[in-house]
Design a protein around this ligand. Structure first.
Ligand SMILES: *Cc1c(COP(=O)(O)O)cnc(C)c1O
Length: 371
């Protein structure tokens, strides 16, 4: 057996805090772990039409309701969902506008789809905001170079946990007649989010990041008007959707997503509590002169910190810049990348109040130990 040493640690790795399995999903993983297990009851050759287990109900009813969209699909990840949309909308010499805080996978998906890429600049230290004004300006400038077939906003971004004014950005995009994709890899499954309320065209989520699924698995929601384009069928295999390569999550990945879904629907209702905890944590870090960057007060569990104090320690500590990782590990805290001290991100999602205190206290001890 491959052992996982960090399994019982307090986890503050933003990638992992929202992807921890529920007990239901853990059991489902064992039950459905065999390859292609989901295909037992597939009669029409379409994943989304399987009635038992109730995938049809999940994809055609529950998921659209949850995402506030007309049409939904399950993909192999957030990136696969973004790529499917980009590839479907791509044209020769066309452009996509991405926010300057976008995830690398948005950029790479656009490259793979053969699109030219324009980036909306973010504001400077310490806010790193994507403003609607800069979004509008970038679309305006890019339009002069060629057709803009899609724009994308990361909500929130995966570095600072900033939540841009997505409704305003959606209005701007519709004024320019450019469809907008909301990348909610860190939103869908953590906080309430609705495509209709935002007023955008597409929404993307990540099951293993924010929906308590083992994955890789993602979700894609869209307005009805895009269905024929993004979900167009194969000429030869009439029931297969081309951009999804026929079938996507075909086994334990979708089953764990579904098994956790009732819990996920409930937990997003407690989002305010998560924001409260994050703010409390940020305030505690600031007491140690570790500065929280980005939106302030913060509105998300993913936070980015600037710690000159830890950086100074790293210059003289034994083990140099790996001291922080080692100190946290010895306290069974996992999630800050080995070697980082000056700038790092973390997430307080799902931590109890006493765990928050424990992590804060660990930072305090570490700072004091080396002062
Ligand atoms: C993690 C992340 C992704 C990638 O999600 P996958 O489901 O693994 O493809 C995309 N965008 C953002 C903003 C992310 O943080």
């Amino acid at each position: 057996m491959f052992k996982r040493e960090t399994k019982d640690f307090i986890n503050i790795d933003p990638l992992q805090t929202g992807g921890k399995l529920t007990e239901e999903a853990r059991q489902a993983l064992l039950e459905w772990g065999d390859g292609y297990s989901i295909c037992d009851f597939c009669t029409t050759g379409r994943l989304d039409e399987i009635k038992k287990p109730p995938i049809h109900d999940f994809i055609h009813k529950q998921l659209p309701e949850f995402l506030g969209c007309d049409v939904a699909r399950v993909t192999n990840g957030a990136r696969e969902a973004k790529f499917a949309v980009m590839h479907a909308l791509a044209k020769k010499d066309a452009w996509v506008v991405l926010d300057g805080n976008c995830h690398y996978s948005s950029y790479v998906a656009a490259e793979r789809a053969g699109l030219n890429i324009a980036l909306v600049p973010k504001t400077d230290y310490p806010d790193y905001t994507i403003t609607p004004e800069n979004f509008a300006r970038t679309i305006e400038e890019t339009r002069r170079k060629g057709e803009v077939v899609l724009s994308l906003i990361t909500y929130p971004d995966g570095n600072y946990g900033n939540l841009p004014d997505v409704k305003k950005i959606a209005i701007i995009c519709s004024e320019y007649d450019v469809p907008l994709l909301v990348n909610g890899a860190y939103a869908v499954g953590r906080m309430p989010v609705s495509l209709k309320e935002i007023g955008a065209d597409f929404i993307v989520g990540s099951g293993h990041k924010s929906m308590a699924a083992s994955g890789p698995v993602g979700v894609l929601g869209m307005k009805e008007e895009w269905e024929d384009i993004v979900l167009r069928r194969s000429e030869k295999y009439k029931n297969k959707e081309v951009e999804l390569l026929g079938c996507t999550a075909r086994g334990a990945t979708i089953i764990t997503l579904m098994a956790s879904f009732p819990h996920v629907k409930e937990r997003v209702k407690r989002w305010e509590k998560e924001v409260e905890k994050a703010r409390k944590f940020a305030a505690g870090m600031e007491e140690l002169e570790i500065k929280q960057l980005g939106d302030k007060p913060h509105n998300h569990d993913l936070m980015f910190f600037h710690a000159e104090v830890l950086y100074e320690i790293s210059k003289r500590a034994k083990g140099g810049r790996f001291f922080l990782y080692r100190e946290l590990k010895s306290r069974k805290i996992h999630g800050i990348k080995p070697g980082l001290t000056r700038y790092f991100k973390l997430s307080t999602y799902g931590l109890s109040n006493s765990e928050i205190d424990y992590v804060l206290n660990a930072f305090r001890e570490i700072v004091e130990k080396y002062s």
